[in-house]
Ligand binder design. Structure first.
Ligand SMILES: NC(=O)c1ccc[n+]([C@@H]2O[C@H](COP(=O)([O-])OP(=O)(O)OC[C@H]3O[C@@H](n4cnc5c(N)ncnc54)[C@H](O)[C@@H]3O)[C@@H](O)[C@H]2O)c1
Length: 321
């Protein structure tokens, strides 16, 4: 019999990509509240569903529910009885987290508490939790290793650190197996429009000049590599009676100034100006992925230039260029 997996945030960029990769091998369910943090149509397209879900509690295997709603979440988990949860739901994005601190804290910390505590109460032993490279903050030591101390510099990063503390508590004291993945800037088809590459493409589409932060670098990770890491970590979670933390990145930081040069090759009319970075933005992200390679057999494959081209093809198609 297929294992039953429930994905929170399953309508989003990463959750829906995981859903597509898992639906053949597993019996998959989704919980998402379709928050209009960005255009909901993108989430509906991700799942190939129409807007009637927004007026319903449930459509097929998709539950329209807020993870902060403890009692409805309890009802759903009792009904579905998943063998494991992949917890992707969150308010994501560094800059917005300064303006919406309370909401970030409420969804990311309270909501994640519900996921861990309900898993413990309902004997769902296995949880895969998506954390972020933002937990490292502006560290001078590179590349970031899982053992480094965590110094978040944004409210978003702070909420993920709180979640990781809870994950540690629930695995040590409440006997859950929780695998935490610190993801490094995923990009590619379905990427959130607030994330840098998608934002720059959109500025170009709307003939707006982009502002890019010089002296910054990002360890861009193509979505199929991220999903590969999630898949391998999920298999590890199901096969082992243990909890652990892994970086999932490319281990190949790209300077923002080089990234925009590549964008200009794809869209020659692309216009930008360089400026200093904003508060909360890390100067550089750089993943040490040796633990994920050794323990999970994770191996990122996509070259940045190639990934950017593939992403632009999705973008052109999605926005009907
Ligand atoms: N995209 C990245 O590069 C990246 C990097 C590091 C970590 N992450 C983490 O990966 C996860 C997924 O990120 P994403 O980029 O796919 O974001 P996303 O916003 O596209 O997906 C998150 C989904 O969660 C849902 N959601 C938000 N609040 C909810 C709530 N209260 N109840 C139920 N559902 C809710 C949203 O509707 C959305 O569909 C997040 O936890 C994020 O912090 C993402």
């Amino acid at each position: 019999m297929k294992s039953r997996v429930l994905i929170t945030g399953g309508a989003g960029f990463i959750g829906s990509s995981v859903y597509d990769a898992f639906k053949k091998s597993y019996d998959v369910y989704i919980v998402d509240n379709f928050v209009p943090f960005y255009d909901i149509r993108q989430k509906l397209t991700n799942l190939e569903i129409n807007s009637s879900i927004l007026k319903k509690d449930k459509m097929q295997n998709i539950f329209n529910c807020d993870i902060r709603d403890y009692f409805t979440m309890k009802k759903i988990l009792t009904e579905v009885k998943p063998d494991a949860i992949i917890h992707c739901a969150a308010m994501a994005g560094v800059q917005q987290s300064f303006e919406h601190q309370r909401e970030y804290f409420s969804v990311n910390v309270d909501g994640t508490f519900n996921i861990f505590s309900l898993s413990s109460d309902l004997n769902i032993k296995k949880v895969l939790f998506l954390s972020s490279s933002s937990v490292y903050g502006d560290s001078n030591k590179m590349p970031f290793k899982e053992t480094f101390s965590l110094n978040p510099i944004s409210p978003y990063g702070m909420t993920k650190v709180q979640d990781e503390e809870m994950a540690h508590f629930f695995s040590k004291q409440m006997n859950l197996n929780i695998v935490t993945l610190r993801l490094f800037t995923l990009y590619g088809p379905r990427q959130r429009p607030d994330l840098m590459l998608h934002k720059l493409f959109l500025n170009h589409l709307n003939r707006r000049e982009s502002v890019v932060y010089k002296k910054t670098s990002r360890d861009y990770t193509y979505i199929s590599d991220g999903v590969q890491g999630i898949k391998k970590a999920f298999e590890f979670l199901m096969e082992n009676d243990s909890s652990d933390v892994f970086n999932i990145g490319s281990s190949n930081p790209v300077k923002t100034t080089d990234a925009v040069k590549e964008i200009k090759k794809i869209y020659p009319e692309f216009k930008y100006k360089e400026t200093e970075k904003k508060r909360g933005d890390m100067t550089k992200t750089f993943a040490n992925i040796s633990k994920a390679e050794r323990v999970l057999g994770y191996k990122p494959e996509m070259d940045f230039k190639e990934g950017l081209k593939k992403f632009s093809l999705w973008f052109n198609n999605y926005y009907k260029l």
